[in-house]
Design a protein around this ligand. Structure first.
Ligand SMILES: Nc1ncnc2c1ncn2[C@@H]1O[C@H](COP(=O)(O)OP(=O)(O)OP(=O)(O)O)[C@@H](O)[C@H]1O
Length: 533
């Protein structure tokens, strides 16, 4: 297999609370900010003692804390002290746990320490991008052989954790890192996020809801978490990769499972992209996505066996772009984005005003409120212009990500050569109430934006074939063709990305199959398939 010449240039990521480039943490010099999650910031750094580049993750739950003066971190309100400390303890515990393992597919922690009201963990500097970023650049779903190699790596890491009675509980596309060369790496366990979530609201789980199995919700105490929980998340990752869409949250599926099966998704991938997925692959993933834990494979070995997973040849040299084969093509969006001039550098925009910290009763530094103090250094017209620009950019980001994604908090400026935008995926706080009805909210940043994710509309709201006494699907279709009754609107609530999957699914139903819109859709898919042959 020839090796690609692509090397990922890290995107330029900016954040008001990040350590400045050049800052020193003992022997480590901060080179640049690499990424921002809801609970930490990851920097590229240089270890002057061992003379090598590393990545350092700093505990920084930006909803609760920020940087005031120097390198120290301060909580925003004394009310957040307990949550902040719980997250800090979990961050350190996760670092300690990861430091015990040594496997090329599991993020390695070289060392960790607490200082400046926060904590740090030093990791190898991986060069590449997350699976989430990579998928957003692909025009076609990845082939089965490629997915098997990625799965193999992640499963090796999971096997190691499970053997120590540790469930990862945060397998998602942004936690699978595709190195430019080398095996995919499973990143952090998201322990700080869970600790903060558990403490800040009773009966509330802070989860990446599209990948979390039902037993990870706070109220599902009777359901044990185990290897099967990580396998659900991993299968959801593959489902998302094939469908190019977010899998439905488990809580929605419990009510009424509207998520297309792996078999549906695989059939569509074949029809639209000419990709074939084997029955063993599809059925194992379908089984792993079962809502009930006991219906899923119970261990990594069960899963691998059912899949017929073989040890790949040489993962140490794995080049994910080259292994994608000739079908590897940048998506149109990605091509267009690379052709456009880069976005404006937001480095000069104030996103928060910084003031010297006060002390809370328990000795933690507290940031002053950002709303009740007059800004000192910024002139009002400049501030208004900045806010207007920030709001335009925020709307653009919301539009680009679609309503499922919370707003990014960091400005991201992709480099000219390789435009890889870090999509900052905050976890969604999902309150589980007595009735199985879910209300999703983004974790509050400095300015929380409230959103409600309503369950998908009932199907009866979409199709209203009621006017004529027709009985068979073809009678129904003929009726729509000849009468003035409008055809039922299929997939009216889907967006650009989910529409084709939704149309495919709806048109599989006998009552819609003969509708002109479905006949057209099927003919189009067949024509595409023939063109590819
Ligand atoms: N060791 C590393 N080497 C290179 N880049 C890394 C490394 N670890 C993390 N990153 C980058 O930093 C980004 C942020 O990582 P982080 O784990 O903090 O965030 P997250 O998983 O997206 O969010 P959360 O903390 O909310 O789960 C990652 O998406 C990845 O691109």
């Amino acid at each position: 297999m020839s090796h690609s010449v692509h090397l990922t240039v890290p995107p330029k990521v900016l954040h008001t609370d990040a350590l400045p480039n050049g800052a020193r943490l003992g022997e480590f010099e901060i080179i640049r900010l690499l990424g921002v999650g809801g609970f930490g910031m990851v920097y590229q750094a240089y270890d002057h003692s061992l003379q090598r580049s590393v990545a350092i993750k700093e505990y920084m739950p930006t909803a609760l804390a920020g940087r005031a003066e120097g390198v120290s971190v301060s909580i925003r309100s004394s009310l957040d002290g307990a949550s902040y400390r719980a997250g800090l303890q979990s961050f350190v515990a996760e670092a300690r746990l990861l430091a015990r393992f040594d496997h090329p597919s599991l993020v390695k922690v070289f060392r960790f320490w607490e200082a400046h009201n926060t904590a740090y963990m030093v990791m190898p500097l991986y060069v590449g991008m997350t699976l989430k970023q990579a998928r957003s650049q692909m025009r076609h779903p990845p082939p089965e052989a490629w997915l098997r190699q990625v799965l193999w790596s992640v499963l090796e890491a999971l096997k190691l954790l499970h053997a120590q009675d540790t469930v990862h509980r945060d397998v998602s596309p942004d936690n699978i890192f595709l190195q430019d060369s080398g095996p995919p790496v499973l990143l952090d366990l998201g322990a700080a996020r869970r600790a903060i979530g558990d403490l800040s609201r009773r009966h509330t789980a802070v989860l990446k809801v599209n990948y979390a199995p039902i037993e990870q919700y706070a109220d599902a105490r009777d359901m044990e978490q185990g290897a099967w929980s990580d396998l659900y998340s991993l299968a959801a990752v593959v489902h998302g990769c094939l469908a190019n869409d977010l899998p439905l949250p488990a809580t929605f599926r419990v009510l009424r499972d509207r998520m297309p099966s792996m078999q549906d998704v695989a059939q569509l991938a074949q029809a639209e992209h000419g990709r074939a997925y084997s029955p063993a692959f599809v059925s194992t993933l379908d089984r792993s996505l079962a809502i009930r834990p006991e219906e899923r494979p119970q261990s990594v070995d069960d899963f691998s066996q059912a899949l017929g997973l073989q040890t790949p040849r040489d993962m140490a040299q794995f080049d994910w772009r080259a292994e994608m084969g000739p079908g590897w093509q940048l998506s149109r969006e990605e091509q267009a984005r690379r052709a456009r001039p880069g976005p404006m550098d937001l480095a000069e925009l104030p996103t928060q005003f910084m003031y010297p910290p006060r002390q809370s009763a328990d000795g933690l530094a507290v940031l002053d409120s950002v709303v009740d103090v007059e800004p000192r250094r910024w002139k009002m017209p400049a501030v208004l212009a900045s806010l207007a620009l920030a709001s335009v950019l925020a709307s653009a980001a919301w539009w680009a990500h679609g309503p499922e994604q919370p707003l990014p908090v960091a400005a991201v400026v992709p480099p000219a050569e390789v435009a890889v935008a870090e999509v900052l995926d905050e976890p969604i706080t999902l309150e589980v109430v007595a009735e199985p009805v879910a209300v999703a909210k983004p974790v509050a940043k400095s300015e929380p934006r409230k959103r409600t994710v309503a369950p998908p509309p009932a199907k009866s709201a979409r199709a209203e074939p009621r006017a004529a006494p027709v009985s068979t699907p073809s009678e129904l279709a003929a009726h729509y063709r000849t009468s003035k009754t409008p055809q039922p609107t299929l997939c009216g609530d889907s967006n650009f990305f989910t529409r084709s999957m939704c149309m495919y699914r709806e048109c599989q139903k006998p009552e819609f199959a003969d509708l002109p819109v479905c006949v057209d859709n099927t003919q189009r898919l067949l024509a595409q398939q023939q063109q590819r042959r």
